[in-house]
Design a protein around this ligand. Sequence first.
Ligand SMILES: NC(=O)c1ccc[n+]([C@@H]2O[C@H](COP(=O)([O-])OP(=O)(O)OC[C@H]3O[C@@H](n4cnc5c(N)ncnc54)[C@H](O)[C@@H]3O)[C@@H](O)[C@H]2O)c1
Length: 251
Amino acid sequence: MHIRFDGRVALVTGAAQGIGQAIALRLKAAGASVVAADLDRDRLAAFAADHSVSTLALDIGDRQACHGAVAEAVRVHGRLDILVNAAGGVRGQVGGPVSNVTEEGWRAIFAANVDGAMWLSQAAAEPMQSGGFGRIVNIASGAGLRPSLTGIQAYTAAKHALVGLTKQLSQDLGPMGITCNAVAPGFVRSNPTTERQWQSYGPEGQARLVQSIHTRRLGAAEDIANAVLFLASEQAAWISGQILSVDGGRS
Ligand SMILES: NC(=O)c1ccc[n+]([C@@H]2O[C@H](COP(=O)([O-])OP(=O)(O)OC[C@H]3O[C@@H](n4cnc5c(N)ncnc54)[C@H](O)[C@@H]3O)[C@@H](O)[C@H]2O)c1
C-alpha cells in the first residue's frame, strides 16, 4: 500500500518533541504540508529551523486559541485535511495517592489531553467538510483503556475521556466525510519524563515490562507514527470510531 499526502494539509499538536514530532516528520516525508503546534515555543522554533514546517505556538486548553490556530492554518495553506491531536502527556506530574490530587494538576492534564482535542476538532470540522476530506487521529494511550502505568489518576481519566470523545466525534462528523480514530500507544521512551519513568523501574522492572510485550521490545515513536499515517490516509476511509492499540501486544 502506497500512502501519500501530496496536496494535503495536516495540523499536528504536541509536535515540539516526542511522538507528535515523529508524526509531523512522517506526514511531511509523505508529501503533506505540516503545521506543527505546541505550547513549547522554543522547542517548536528549533524544530521549524531544522525542518521546513510552519508552526503555531498555543495552549490547546484555550478554546479561542484553538479556533484561531485552525483559522491561521487554513489562511496560510488554503485548506485543512488532517488533524492529529498528539499533545498531552502527564504535564510533569508523577503518580501518587488519590488524596494528593490537586485541582490545578487535574485541570492541566485534562486541558492538554481532552480539551484541546475537542476544541481543535470543533474548529477543523468546517474546513474539512468544505475541502471534501477529513481525518482526525487522537493519540490516546493504554491508560485510556485500563489503569495507567504512571499511576496518575487524571491521566487515566483524561485518556478514557479522549477515547469516548473519539467515538462520539466519529458519529457526529462521519456524515460530513470526516473520520475520527485514536491510536493507543504502549510505553515509548519518547522524552525526559518517560526516560525517568523507565529508569525508575530498574533492571528487573524493565525486563518484566519488555517480557509482558508480545513482540519483546519497547515501541518507538515511529511505530506510533506508522499507525497514524495509515488512519490519516485515503485508504482508511471506511475506518472510524476505532481505538487502535499500538503496543506490541500486551499480556
Ligand atoms: N510516551 C509514551 O509512553 C506514551 C504512551 C501512551 C500515550 N502517549 C501519548 O502520546 C502523546 C505524545 O506523547 P509524548 O511522549 O511524545 O509526550 P511529550 O510529553 O513528549 O509531548 C507532549 C507535547 O505536548 C505539548 N503540550 C502539552 N500540553 C499542551 C498544551 N496545553 N497546549 C499545547 N501543547 C501542549 C508539550 O509541550 C509536548 O511537546 C501524548 O498525548 C501522550 O499522552 C505517550
